[in-house]
Design a protein around this ligand. Structure first.
Ligand code: NAD
Length: 558
C-alpha cells in the first residue's frame, strides 16, 4: 500500500461480500478514495469532503459490508458505522446520515470543533455517500451551463469566446475540459503548481504559465483564431481578477471554482504563499479566514465590475458570493447562480446529473454502456452528442464511469436496459447507478440549487428529507442524508441514492421504483413551486405521476 494512494477499488467478477449489492457499495467506497484528492486523509474532494470518519471506521465498514446479509442494513453516522439491523431484502444495504445538526448549531466553528473532536465529518455530497466518480461528476454540469450560456448570449456558439475561471481541484479541474468541449478558449487561475501540472499531464490544459501577460496574450489569441485552447495560470484568482479589471481586459464569460465555500481550508488569501497556508491556519484560524474572505471580497468586486463591463458572469456553486457578502460586498448577489440562471429548466423535467459505474473495472463494459445510452433517447439528440463527446474526451478515473444528464423515466429506462445486458452477460459484471446530490429532489441549498425559487421556498429542506425517506421505501441500495460543513454550514441539506443493476428481476423492480420515485419527486417539487415546465411533465400521463394537487382540483376537494 502506498501512503498517498492507500486504497484501490477491486475489479473483476470475484465477490468478497455475500452479494453484488454489498460488493458494489464496497467497491464504490474504495473508488472514491482511488480517485479522491487526498486519500491518505480520507479526503475525496472540495477540500474537506470525506469518505469515512477515520481509518478505523473505514476498516470496520469494509468488514461489516463483507459480512452483511441481504436482509440487513448498515447504519452510518457521519462516516462511522454504528450498527447493523435486520430489515428486509427490499431495504437499503446502507443508510447514511452525515453532519446533520440542528438549525443554529450549524456554524463553521461548531463544525470544525466537532470534526476535530472526531464526532462528525463533512461528507460533501458524494464523498461520504461513496458516489464521487472524479471530475467527470461535475463536467457535464459545467458543459451544460456553457451550452446554455452559448444559446442565451452568443447565438449558440462559443467559438471565438473565452472563459476566465479559477480552481483546478477535484471538481474545478473539469472546467478547462468543459470549455474546450463547448468550443471556447479558457484561462484557469490556480495557486497550486501540482494541480496545474496534473491538468496539463491529463490534457485538460494545453499550456501553463506563471505570467499574467503571457496568459492574456495566449487566451485572447486563441479566441481570435476561434481555437478552443485551455491556458492555466499559476496565480491567485483574488489578485488576477482585479488586475484584469485594472487593465480593461474583459473576458466573454467569468466564473470561479476555488473551494471558496470553506474560508479556512479552501481559498488561499492574497499575499500568502501556498507553503505558508497550513502554518497560518494552525497559528490563527480566525485571522486566516478573515484574510481569505477579504481576498474573496476583492475577487467578487472584480467579477461584478467585469459583469458591468459586459462579461457574462455567474457563480459556479462554491458559495463565493455569500463569503464576499459577509466581508462587506453588498452587491455580491448582482452575480447570479449557475443553477437558477441556466440549469433550472432541466431540473423541472427531472433531468440532472445521473451516473453509472462499471463495477467490473473493464472499459469494454463502459463502451457498451455508452452504446446503450447513446441510443436511449433519440428525441433528445443532445444525449447522444454528450455520450460521443464524453467517450472521446473524458479520461477514465477509477472504475469506468459515465455521468449523463437523464430525466424522469429516462433514468429507469437506461437502468432497465443495462440490467438486461448484465443478465445476458453482454456486460460482464453489475453496474451501479447513482447521481450527484445537486439534483431536482435531492437538494436544498438556498444559495446554489434552490436559489430564487419562484414561490420563495428556497430554504425549505423538507424536499431532500422526503426524498431520502421515499427512496428508503423503494429498495434503493444506499440512501444518504447530508448537510452543512465548513462554509456550507446551515446552507445545505441533500439526499443521495445508489442502486445496483445485478441482472436479477429483483434489481429490475428496485431500480425502476427508486429511479422513478427520485426524479418524480423532483418534478413535483418544481411543479409545487410553480414552474410550468415541471407542471407539464407532472400532468403528462406518460410520466406516471400522481400529483396530489391535481387530484385535489379534479376531485373538487381542494
Ligand atoms: P478542491 O478543494 O479540490 O479544489 C480547490 C482548488 O482551488 C485547489 O486546487 C486550490 O489550490 C485552488 N485555490 C484555492 N484558493 C485559490 C485562489 N485564491 N486562487 C486560485 N486557486 C485557488 O475543491 P473542488 O472539489 O474542485 O470544488 C471546488 C468548489 O466547487 C467547492 O466550493 C465545491 O463545493 C464546489 N462544487 C460545485 C459543484 C457544481 O455543481 N458547480 C459541484 C461540486 C462542488
Amino acid at each position: 500500500m502506498s501512503t498517498d494512494r492507500p486504497v484501490l477499488a477491486a475489479r473483476g467478477g470475484e465477490l468478497r461480500c455475500k452479494g453484488w449489492r454489498q460488493e458494489a457499495l464496497l467497491r464504490m467506497l474504495e473508488n472514491v478514495l482511488e480517485v479522491g484528492e487526498r486519500p491518505a486523509d480520507l479526503i475525496v474532494y472540495a477540500s474537506l469532503g470525506k469518505a469515512a470518519r477515520d481509518w478505523p471506521s473505514y476498516q470496520r465498514i469494509v468488514s461489516l459490508l463483507k459480512n452483511l446479509a441481504d436482509d440487513e442494513t448498515l447504519l452510518l453516522q457521519s462516516g462511522r458505522p454504528v450498527g447493523v439491523f435486520r430489515t428486509t431484502s427490499d431495504a437499503p444495504m446502507v443508510l447514511s446520515a452525515c453532519n446533520n445538526m440542528v438549525g443554529s448549531w450549524q456554524t463553521p466553528d461548531r463544525f470544525y470543533a466537532l470534526a476535530e473532536a472526531g464526532l462528525t465529518i463533512w461528507g460533501g455530497l458524494t464523498a461520504g455517500a461513496w458516489q464521487y466518480i472524479g471530475m467527470q461528476g461535475v463536467l457535464q454540469g459545467t458543459y451544460e451551463v456553457l451550452r446554455a450560456v452559448a444559446r442565451e448570449h452568443f447565438d449558440g456558439d462559443l467559438a471565438g469566446r473565452w472563459l476566465l475561471t479559477a480552481g483546478l481541484g477535484g471538481m474545478g479541474s473539469s472546467q478547462p475540459l468543459a470549455a474546450t468541449m463547448a468550443g471556447a478558449a479558457s484561462l484557469t487561475v490556480e495557486v497550486n503548481p501540482e494541480k496545474l501540472s496534473r491538468a496539463q499531464d491529463n490534457g485538460w490544459l494545453h499550456e501553463v504559465t506563471d505570467s499574467v501577460d503571457a496568459a492574456i496574450t495566449a487566451v485572447t489569441a486563441a479566441a481570435q483564431e476561434r481555437r478552443p485552447r485551455a491556458i492555466g495560470l499559476l496565480a491567485n484568482a483574488g489578485e488576477v481578477m482585479p488586475e484584469l479589471v485594472a487593465r480593461g481586459v474583459i473576458p466573454d464569460i467569468v466564473t470561479d471554482q476555488t473551494a471558496a465555500h470553506d474560508a479556512r481550508f479552501g481559498y488561499l488569501p492574497s499575499g500568502l504563499a501556498l507553503d505558508e497556508w497550513e502554518a497560518s491556519r494552525a497559528a490563527d484560524p480566525q485571522a486566516l479566514e478573515e484574510r481569505a474572505r477579504s481576498t474573496m471580497a476583492r475577487h467578487v468586486r472584480a467579477m461584478v465590475a467585469l459583469q458591468a463591463a459586459g462579461a457574462v458572469v455567474f457563480e459556479n456553486g462554491n458559495n463565493l458570493r455569500a463569503q464576499a457578502r459577509e466581508a462587506g460586498v453588498t452587491d455580491a448577489f448582482a452575480i447570479r447562480g449557475f443553477m437558477e440562471r441556466y440549469l433550472r429548466p432541466l431540473f423541472c423535467r427531472g433531468i440532472g446529473p445521473f451516473r453509472w459505474v462499471a463495477l467490473s473495472g473493464d472499459t469494454a463494459d463502459l463502451a457498451k454502456l455508452d452504446d446503450i445510452a447513446a441510443a436511449l433517447v433519440p428525441e433528445r439528440p443532445e444525449v447522444r452528442r454528450w455520450i460521443e463527446l464524453a467517450r472521446a474526451r473524458v479520461p477514465v478515473q477509477g472504475l469506468p464511469a459515465r455521468s449523463c444528464w437523464l430525466g424522469h423515466i429516462e433514468r429507469a429506462r437506461m437502468a432497465e436496459a443495462v440490467n438486461n445486458a448484465v443478465a445476458s452477460g453482454e456486460i460482464s459484471a453489475p453496474v451501479l447507478f447513482s447521481r450527484d446530490h445537486l439534483d431536482s429532489a435531492g437538494m436544498t441549498h438556498p444559495l446554489i440549487g434552490t436559489e430564487a425559487m419562484r414561490d420563495g421556498s428556497d430554504g425549505i429542506s423538507d424536499w431532500p428529507i422526503l426524498d431520502a425517506l421515499l427512496l428508503s421505501c423503494t429498495g434503493a441500495d444506499l440512501v444518504a442524508v447530508h448537510a452543512g460543513g465548513g462554509g456550507y454550514s446551515g446552507f445545505m441539506q441533500s439526499a443521495g441514492v445508489s442502486v445496483v443493476a445485478d441482472g436479477t428481476a429483483h434489481a429490475a423492480t428496485r431500480l425502476r421504483r427508486a429511479l422513478n420515485s427520485d426524479t418524480g419527486l423532483g418534478v413535483l417539487r418544481y411543479a409545487e413551486a410553480g414552474y410550468d415546465e415541471a407542471r407539464a411533465v407532472a400532468l403528462n400521463p406518460a410520466s406516471n405521476l400522481h400529483w396530489a394537487a391535481t387530484t385535489a382540483t379534479t376531485e373538487g376537494d381542494a
